[in-house]
Design a protein around this ligand. Structure first.
Ligand code: FO1
Length: 320
C-alpha cells in the first residue's frame, strides 16, 4: 500500500510513528513543511523536516518533541557569551551538525530534496521524506506592536512571542514562486491513501498546500483523502494552532478546520475541498463537513499504541 502524508513538526511526526506501526509494510511518503525554515549564524535550519527525521529515526528528544535527545547547548552558551543571539532559538550541539551538513550541501549547489535524502541515509526514518519544495518558502508573520506594523519570522513569533502578539496575517513568503519538489506530485497522484495528520492547519498543512500544484493534486487524487483534527473541544491539542487559526479568521474548532480544508463532495457535489473523511474526537462528534464523512474516536496521541489506533481509525474512514 502507498501512503502519502503531509506533515509539519511535532504533532505530525508523532502521528507518522503510528502510520508506520499500523502499516509496517506500506510505502510511506511524507511531504514535509519547509515554511518554518530559518537561517541562523549562517546555517540553514529546517525544523519540521528535522523533527520528522529525528522522530522516525529514533534521535528525537522525547522530552521536548524537537531537537536531539542527550543534547547539550554549549555552543549556544558560547554564542550568548559573545552577546550573539537569538537566545529564543534553542540551538543544540548535536543538532548543529545537521545544520552544518545541510548548509554545506546547499552551498555546494545540492537541492534541499537531495540534502534530506542524504541526511536520511543516517537516520533511516522508514519513510520517504520529501520537502514540499526545493525553493525557499519562509513563513513570516505580520504583527502590530509599539514599533508599528512589521513582519517577523515565524520562529520569532512562535518562540520569542509564543504567538501571544496577534498576527494580522501569516505569509508563506516565496510560495507563489515555488514548485513542488521532485516526487511530491507523483506521491499524491499514485497514493492508495492520502493523510492529513493533526499538524498545524495553517503554518504546516496550509503552507504545504500553498505551494502551487499541491492543493490541486490533493483535490484531484483518486486516493481517498482523510484528515485528523488537531483541535479537540475547541482547543489546540498542542502548540498554538489557535493563534494561527485566528489570524486567518477560522474558528478554533474541529468543524471549522474540517470545513476550512473542505469536503471533496465525491458524492456528486463540485470537487471544491480536499477531504473525503474527517476524524474528530468524540467531544466533537456533531461536526459536519459537507462533502466529507465524519467519524469520531479519542484523538489524544498519548502513546504509540493509541496513536496507531487513531491511524487505523483514519484508514478505516478512508475505506482502505
Ligand atoms: N521549539 C521550541 O518551542 N523552542 C525552541 O527553542 C526550539 C528550537 C528548535 C530547534 C531546532 C528545531 O528543529 C526545532 C526547534 N523547535 C523549538 C521547534 C520549532 O520551533 C518548530 O518549528 C515549531 O515547534 C513548529 O513546528
Amino acid at each position: 500500500m502507498k501512503v502519502t502524508a503531509l506533515a509539519g513538526g511535532i504533532g505530525g511526526s508523532r502521528f507518522l510513528r503510528g502510520v508506520r506501526a499500523a502499516l509496517p509494510d506500506a510505502d510511506i511518503t511524507v511531504i514535509g513543511n519547509t515554511g518554518d525554515d530559518i537561517t541562523l549564524h549562517g546555517l540553514r535550519i529546517c525544523p519540521d523536516l528535522d523533527t520528522v527525521m529525528y522522530t522516525l529515526g529514533g534521535g528525537i528528544s522525547a522530552e521536548r518533541g524537537w531537537g536531539r535527545e542527550a543534547e547539550t547547548f554549549v555552543v549556544a552558551e558560547e554564542l550568548a557569551a559573545y552577546g550573539v543571539g537569538p537566545a529564543w532559538f534553542g540551538l543544540g550541539d548535536r543538532d548543529l551538525a545537521t545544520h552544518l551538513v545541510r548548509t554545506q550541501m546547499l552551498d555546494a549547489g545540492h537541492p534541499l530534496s537531495d540534502v534530506v535524502a542524504a541526511l536520511c541515509v543516517r537516520w533511516a526514518p522508514g519513510v520517504r521524506l520529501l520537502p514540499m519544495s526545493d525553493q525557499r518558502v519562509e513563513t513570516h508573520v505580520i504583527i502590530s506592536d509599539e514599533q508599528g506594523q512589521r513582519a517577523i519570522h515565524f520562529q520569532e513569533w512562535w518562540l520569542r512571542l509564543r504567538a501571544a502578539t496577534p498576527a494580522t496575517s501569516i505569509v508563506p513568503l516565496g510560495a507563489e514562486k515555488a514548485t513542488p519538489a521532485p516526487g511530491v506530485l507523483d506521491a499524491l497522484a499514485d497514493a492508495d491513501v492520502v493523510l492529513l495528520p493533526p499538524s498545524n492547519p495553517v503554518v504546516s498543512i496550509g503552507t504545504i498546500l500553498a505551494v502551487p500544484g499541491i492543493r490541486e493534486a490533493v483535490a484531484k487524487t483518486s486516493a481517498p483523502v482523510v484528515g485528523v483534527s488537531p483541535i479537540i473541544g475547541g482547543a489546540a491539542v498542542r502548540g498554538m494552532a489557535d493563534a494561527c487559526l485566528t489570524a486567518i479568521g477560522v474558528e478554533t474548532s474541529a468543524q471549522a478546520v474540517g470545513q476550512h480544508y473542505g469536503g471533496r463532495g465525491r458524492t456528486g457535489g463540485a470537487a471544491t475541498g480536499l477531504l473525503d473523511g474527517w476524524l474528530v474526537d468524540p467531544v466533537d462528534a456533531a461536526t459536519i463537513v459537507p462533502g466529507a464523512a465524519v467519524a469520531a474516536r479519542p484523538l489524544l496521541m498519548t502513546d504509540l499504541a493509541e496513536t496507531t489506533a487513531i491511524v487505523r481509525a483514519a484508514l478505516e474512514l478512508a475505506g482502505v
